[in-house]
Design a protein around this ligand. Structure first.
Ligand code: FES
Ligand SMILES: [Fe+2]
Length: 369
């Protein structure tokens, strides 16, 4: 009934290219300024032009590797601080090599700095990390991403949006399985205003496979869930349903609906390096429009939760330093097993061209939490 979790992974299997990732909160990147970021161990420099349009380049000059963030940004071009080569911020295409004389015929426009598709959605700058490795570095223009950027689901014209972000000192795998782990709630998320350990009880949930992931089928939310406690103030408890999805590479989607009211969130755990990740929660809702401090209240509740998870992972990282053997048990760790299996299926599909979903059909899991 228990498996060794696939802990000893190579960095290539740890961090999956071929997906959009949240690179930075949008408000950290200002016009006419450069901002460094790290994503899947790729150093990036992000910025915005005078119109606010964001871009992302690899933070290494294709000439001799100087970080482009050490240079100057004119608003549309980056100039390397070492030999003054200039690159277009959006395409990475080289515009100027100052050392060339008039009779030297080097084709400057065939040289490219590594460039990444970058889009702003729902308070974040998203960057597409292509496979294999960064295309566009050296002598090719980058291709357009084959996938659309993920968006926080919304169900009415007017709504509020807020985000939370926290750095986690663990590999992306530990961050993600911590996010999906149903059994830590009573121990990690205790608070007098929330719940006590005594509220632990048996639960049974139906799961089903979805594209590149799995869904906890629509159900009445756990009586311990934060948005549920708040939604009960608005709607009949029986009318409230929630759906929680996990999809590769790192996304947890939660939607709660109660009549015309709704709350939804897209949480991601983004690999920064092989031993560091970051959790970003973006929530949207149409509750509290009449309540002056409603949004702050919700943010307060979420911030507490995220901080409890962050502290737990910080402590856990001590224990993980020396690579101990670990185990995953049924049923509480089954979502974690599915995560590892989905990841492996995705990696296999890069070779075979066919994605074989590890779940054959709906499954019911039971645990106490
Ligand atoms: S290293 Fe950038 S111009 Fe030479
Ligand atoms: Fe948690």
């Amino acid at each position: 009934m228990f498996d060794e979790s696939p802990q000893r992974q190579t960095p290539d299997s740890l961090m999956l290219p071929g997906f959009w990732y949240r690179a930075l909160p949008a408000d950290r990147v200002r016009r006419n300024r450069m901002q460094k970021a790290m994503l899947l161990e790729i150093p990036l420099v992000l910025g915005r032009d005078p119109q606010g349009r964001p871009f992302a380049l690899q933070d290494a000059c294709p000439h001799r590797g100087m970080p482009l963030s050490c240079g100057h940004f004119s608003g549309t071009q980056l100039e390397c601080s070492y030999h003054g080569w200039r690159f277009d911020a959006y395409s990475g295409q080289c515009q100027l090599i100052p050392s060339l004389t008039a009779d030297q015929k080097l084709k400057v426009d065939r040289i490219y700095a590594g460039s990444y598709a970058c889009e702003e959605h729902d308070d974040f700058l998203w960057v597409f990390v292509p496979e294999p490795g960064p295309t566009g570095a050296g002598f090719t223009r980058r291709a357009d991403p084959p996938l659309a950027t993920p968006r926080v689901p919304t169900f009415s014209d007017k709504y509020k949006l807020a985000y939370l972000t926290a750095d986690l000192p663990s590999s992306v795998d530990h961050g993600i399985i911590g996010l999906m782990d149903p059994a830590h709630g009573p121990f990690v998320h205790q608070a007098w205003w929330w719940r006590t350990r005594d509220s632990i009880h048996e639960k049974q949930k139906a799961f089903e496979p979805i594209e590149y992931g799995f869904r906890m089928s629509a159900h009445t939310p756990s009586s311990n869930s934060a948005p549920y406690k708040i939604l009960k103030l608005y709607a009949d408890a029986d009318s409230i349903t929630t759906t929680i999805d996990f999809t590769l590479p790192n996304r947890r989607w939660e939607t709660i609906r109660a009549g015309k009211y709704w709350f939804s969130s897209l949480t991601t755990v983004t690999p920064i390096t092989r031993s560091q990740c970051r959790i970003d929660v973006v929530a949207a809702w149409n509750l509290f429009r009449w309540m002056p401090f409603g949004a702050d209240l919700l943010k307060f509740v979420f911030a507490k939760f995220v901080e409890q998870d962050r502290k737990t992972m910080e402590d856990q990282s001590e224990g993980l330093k020396h690579n101990p053997h670990l185990m995953l048990i049924d049923d509480a760790d089954r979502p974690a097993k599915w995560y590892f299996q989905l990841k492996q299926a995705w990696l296999d599909s890069r070779r075979t061209g066919e994605f074989r979903h590890p779940m054959e059909g709906p499954v019911t899991l039971k645990w106490r939490s």
